[in-house]
Structures are given as structure tokens and as C-alpha cells.
Design a protein around this ligand. Structure first.
Ligand code: G4P
Length: 318
């Protein structure tokens, strides 16, 4: 990644140490109220969308992982990630929070994960109760969509509970679940440029905090290795997919992104590529490589030094 360092301008992200400490404190303060922590990850980037210190923050609290946006991720690779998490003793459930796919399985997984605790309470004479959880994840990963799905659109508040600050509200999510209503926003791995790039590709971080041109070229470079047939089909490409820059030029031309004098409107072509990728029209891809798998996907791999130089020249000539 040395050639592409600092494409993502990390210091200008909306997250500052103060925000992070506040988010961390909020999770820690409320942890004792729940049986299970539900961690939302983006199924296309299960590593890059993870909070770097969540496990440390939640200690031994049972955790269920949601691989959300599974409709946009490769199914076989998703199964491999589910297996990977299972090997670490964590249940991961692929979910499409928009269409509701996997939501039933998720509810069952959370209830199962909470069962040792809820059973114990019953053994000690308490009334049987729903599993209590908090939902955590980085911005845009689909927390609100999932909560909407789980609640069927109608959030039912649970009555105030003795011993719990009045401000704390619970939302009933069907018969089996109660959700602690708190802003469950976590921060991703900003310090890692590869992760930051993947977050930019998927739209998890705002497009105005990075150099869109460079990011799109790297995205095209990644896709021509990971999903060349989808790329060729979508943009009707007959040519060999040689580099991100050449691809962008062809896409711009094929899509009529032209300025006066027939010059390519790169900004327009870039937006087409970003929108197509984020909506799954360039194939169902998982960008993060399983820790045990050989990494053949690194962005920009296959680029010659000349390509990199030409990319820089084009971007700086705008
Ligand atoms: P957040 O609360 O974690 O910040 O995320 P939110 O639910 O607002 O979702 C962010 C975007 O991701 C939304 O799209 C939402 O529709 C989309 N999304 C959430 N879950 C899924 C999923 O499982 N699959 C797919 N394909 N998309 C998902 P948006 O374009 O920002 O908003 P909208 O146009 O859908 O309203």
C-alpha cells in the first residue's frame, strides 16, 4: 500500500478521540444491562468494518455478529466468514436488513446466546423474560434498518424498569427480544489505510473526506481482479482489463460521460462506478481477505509503476 498512502485523509474524519472515548464509555456503562451484544459488520468488509477494540470493551459478554448487507456479498465467501467466526466461538448470521433475509435466524441466534443467562434467572425464581441486547456498529452499516426490520416498523417501548435509570428505554423487538435504546455507534479502524480504503469503497465513510479519483481507480483495480466478468458485463467491455485508469476512460466513453470537445468527464464516470459498486451492480464481492487465506486482492496489485505515475498525473492535471 505504500504507493497509495494517505489517500484517505484520516484526521478529517468526523471521529475524534473525544467521540471515541464517549462511545466507549456508553457501551461500558450499559453493558451490565444486556445479555448479548449484537455487533453489525458489513458482510463485504467483515474486518474493515469491525471496531478495533470492541472485544476488549465488552470483555466476556456474549456476542452475536450480524454480517449485514449480505445481499451485496459473495455467498460462498460469506459462508467461509461464518465458519471463521464459528471457529472463534462466535455465531455470525448473514442478514439483508432491507429485505429482512436472515432476520429470523438472527433472533434465534441472539435468544440462544442469551439462554444460559435467562435460564439461570428462572432457576433462581425469576419470571422468564426476553433476551436483552444492544446493537452496535459503525455508521452506515445498517443499524437503523435492522432495528426497523426487527421491530416490524413499530417500535414498542417497554415500561420503565426498576433499578434502571428512567432515561434508559427498551424497545421490544417481537416476543423474544428487547433492545436497549442507545446510540450504538462504533468507530472503524482509521489507522489502517487498507481498511480505510475498503470503508471508502463501500460508502461507510463520507465521500468528501478522501480523494474520490484515487479511490475509484483503486476500486476498479480491485474489481478487475476480483470480479472481472461482472465488470465486463456491466460496462460492455471487450478489451483486456489492464488498469483502473484505462478502465475508467473506457467506461466514461461507453457511458457518454463527455465534456465539450469530446474530453472525458472523469467525475461523472467515477460517480457511476461508485454507485454501481455500492448497489451491487458490479457483482457480489467480499473485499476483506480471510485471515487464513492468501491475499490476492490487495488494491492496486497488478499495477505497474507506470500506471501509478499516470494515475497521479491525471489526477493532478484536473
Ligand atoms: P446506520 O443506522 O448503521 O447508520 O445505517 P442505516 O440503517 O441508516 O443504513 C445505511 C444504508 O445502508 C441505507 O441506505 C440502508 O438502506 C442501507 N442498508 C442497510 N442494510 C442493508 C442491507 O442489508 N442491504 C443493502 N443492500 N443495503 C442496506 P441509504 O442509501 O443510505 O438510504 P436509503 O436510500 O436506503 O434510505
Amino acid at each position: 500500500m505504500t504507493d497509495h498512502d494517505n489517500i484517505i485523509d484520516i484526521p478529517s474524519l468526523q471521529w475524534y478521540p473525544g467521540h471515541m472515548r464517549k462511545a466507549e464509555r456508553l457501551v461500558k456503562e450499559n453493558l451490565k444491562l444486556v445479555d448479548v451484544v449484537v455487533e453489525l459488520l458489513d458482510a463485504r468488509i467483515p474486518m474493515s468494518s469491525a471496531n478495533p477494540i470492541l472485544r476488549e470493551i465488552i470483555g466476556g459478554k456474549p456476542r452475536v455478529i450480524v454480517l449485514n448487507k449480505a445481499d451485496l456479498a459473495d455467498e460462498t465467501a460469506t459462508r467461509a466468514w461464518v465458519k471463521h467466526f464459528a471457529e472463534q466461538g462466535v455465531t455470525a448470521v448473514p442478514v439483508d436488513a432491507v429485505k429482512g433475509r436472515g432476520v429470523k435466524e438472527l433472533v434465534q441466534a441472539i435468544a440462544k446466546c442469551a439462554k444460559p443467562k435467562t435460564d439461570k434467572l428462572v432457576q433462581h425464581g425469576a419470571k422468564a423474560r426476553a433476551a436483552r441486547c444492544m446493537i452496535l456498529g459503525i455508521p452506515n452499516v445498517g443499524k437503523s434498518s435492522l432495528i426497523n426490520r426487527l421491530s416490524g416498523g413499530a417500535k414498542t417501548k417497554v415500561e420503565n424498569r426498576p433499578g434502571v435509570t428512567r432515561a434508559k428505554q427498551w424497545i421490544r423487538l417481537g416476543a423474544q427480544l428487547e433492545l436497549l435504546d442507545m446510540p450504538g455507534i462504533l468507530w472503524p479502524k482509521f489507522e489502517d489505510q487498507q481498511a480505510a480504503l475498503h470503508l471508502a469503497f463501500t460508502g461507510a465513510i463520507n465521500d468528501n473526506v478522501y480523494d474520490v479519483s484515487s479511490v475509484v481507480l483503486l476500486l476498479l483495480d480491485t474489481l478487475r481482479i476480483k470480479s472481472p466478468s461482472d465488470l465486463k458485463e456491466r460496462y460492455r467491455l471487450d478489451e483486456e482489463l489492464t488498469s483502473g485508469l484505462e478502465l475508467l476512460e473506457i467506461i466514461g466513453r461507453n457511458r457518454g460521460c463527455l465534456r465539450a470537445g469530446g474530453k472525458i468527464d472523469y467525475e461523472k464516470a467515477e460517480q457511476i462506478v461508485l454507485t454501481d459498486f455500492r448497489s451491487g451492480r458490479l457483482g457480489r464481492v467480499i473485499l476483506d481477505v480471510l485471515p487464513s487465506a492468501p491475499d490476492t486482492s490487495e488494491c492496486g496489485k497488478g499495477n505497474s509503476e507506470n500506471d501509478d505515475k499516470r494515475n497521479r498525473e491525471r489526477i493532478s492535471s484536473r
